[in-house]
Design a protein around this ligand. Sequence first.
Ligand SMILES: [Zn+2]
Length: 684
Amino acid sequence: MKKLMICIGMAAVLVGCAPKEKETAEQTQPKEEFKYLVDEFADLRIMRYQIPDWDQLTLQQKSYIYYLGEAAKCGRDILADQNFKYNLVVRKTIEVVLSSYQGDRESTDFQNFMVYAKRVFFSNGIHHHYAEDKFFPEISEAYFADLVKGSDANLLPLNEGETIDDFIAFLTPVVFDHDLYKMRRSSEDDIIANSAVNFYEGGLKKAEVENFYNKMRKPNDATPISYGLNSKLVKKEGRIYEDVYKADGLYGEAIQAIIGWLKKANEVAENDIQRDYTQKLIDYYTTGDLKTWDEYNVAWVQDSVSHIDFVNGFIEDYNDPMGMKATWEAIVDYKDLEATKRSDLIGENAQWFEDHSPVDPRFKKEECKGVSAKSIIVTTLGGDCFPSPPIGINLPNADWIRKDYGSKSVTITNLMEAYDKAADESPKSALQEFAYSQEEVDLCKKYGPDADVVHTNLHECLGHGSGKLLPSTQPGALKEFSSTLEEARADLFGLYYLADPKMVELGVMPDAEAYKAEYCSYIRNGMMSQLARVELGKDVTESHMQNRKLISEWCYEHGKDANVIEKKVENGKTYFVINDFEALRGLFGELLAEIQRIKSEGDYASGKAIVERYAVKVDPELHKEVKERYNALGLKPYGGFINPEIVPIMENGKVTDYKVEYPSDFVAQHLKYGKEYSFLKAVH
Ligand SMILES: [Zn+2]
């Protein structure tokens, strides 16, 4: 629930409030030598990200980041094993083949095997990282057997006394059988029996799991622990129990390694606040006690002073069909001071924005506080954040901690930058395809990334927090239409103010033209390009997509007489062109006022009418056209990264500095991680 995810070309917003989708920009001459896009295969692309301002950190800060970074790499095996019980066997076998196979490596077969290997590294297992279905190597079973036999048998993860032939006989169906372990997480009944994910063992059924945890839960507990978060549930000889992830429990070897690096990190922490919560995290990893986990989160979320921060633990429960058990993940980061300054400026002026908004004064807040949105630079990604990371994080997850102590909401600026720059390096782009003119393309390239970030800031820091309900209005009055309307309200608040001279005055926007880039991409996306993500014949159902469609279609229709947005068709291709930016801003303001009214009055009938009229139904002809044009671009929808390496520099046996290296070989990094950060046995 708390992650913002992005896919390239088409951002896949999982939940929450997220930046709009990015369109890839056409290639221009590279501005700098650093290459962002380094590999493409299957439906994936591999990028690198930079760590800016590294040399402005002190040696102590660099050491701290280094130790935290090592801790972030130590849980890689945990995630693979959580995803599926034989992932480690498959991955380690692949590693052995890649590092010791003696046969021809130039053949098409070997290249196809290489694609499979990269996909397994990317997905931390044999199931697609996003779609969760099993994927397959484009080689024969016989060739696979040859690969294994042609590699160093001493390195293979064989059982005691197991022959190579037995091992191959075991592994072949795991890799090749289409009916075996089909889905990592299944929504088909029984969701546990049909899911390959490794959170439940011994033939447990959904009802048994529910029963187990229902018995554990205390009624009326205002501060409940996150039941089941850090364990596998096992049924053995009729008994059901939790096998807890902890230093002397399940995944103990990896957890001990993590603890070791966290202890070292704590010796060079920036302050006592950090030392205190990191110690709590170590205690939690040692005991597996979920109360301690909550104490850690309460302390961590209140730390707003430290420059460096990290996430390290069993955090998100997306992969569990029951939504309880968390996969292991880690990131290390520090504050992006420049970007944070900008969002702070917006937050500090919250009252001005509220007072000047085009909504009825009865629906305005008398006292308005902006939410601060921090921007961060990541230095290491690990576990479920690697290689495919979120671009924003909002933690912790426990509702009562969020309510009582707040949450940290961050945007990861150096990853967003890498996505943008990598898109620039691609020869084809959605921007070029769907923008009407070169002028529009140039405008979007020049201002797009900045305008997009500012719009997101306005949406998050002010949009959601603005306005108030009339005293007689029930908070849930808009029911099933509430999230679409709420996202529309926040987006409109941002769109309206993006064009305000105040933005240039504050120094948040570079000049009076910049907002036009966001207006163009918003309309283009809302009217057309986002439809590429909807299956033919289906309606738009996701609330962020509905919101963008609602706003775009409403403005198109209401500006039709004045030709504010014009539909043009050339060579069988449809375009939507903005003729009058100021008039469009006026329409955004009008619609903002109306949607705020609907929300403030709890006018369910109007909310339903406006969503159903503008947000749901797709013109089938246009839909088909968009899908065809988008597919013809051949863009890879998903992206992931290679971590930079932070390398200690030694002088006379002492570390005097740390330098950052940017490796560009995806496979080499995974083989290195497999060698240096593999702590768990691959059992079968
Ligand atoms: Zn939102």
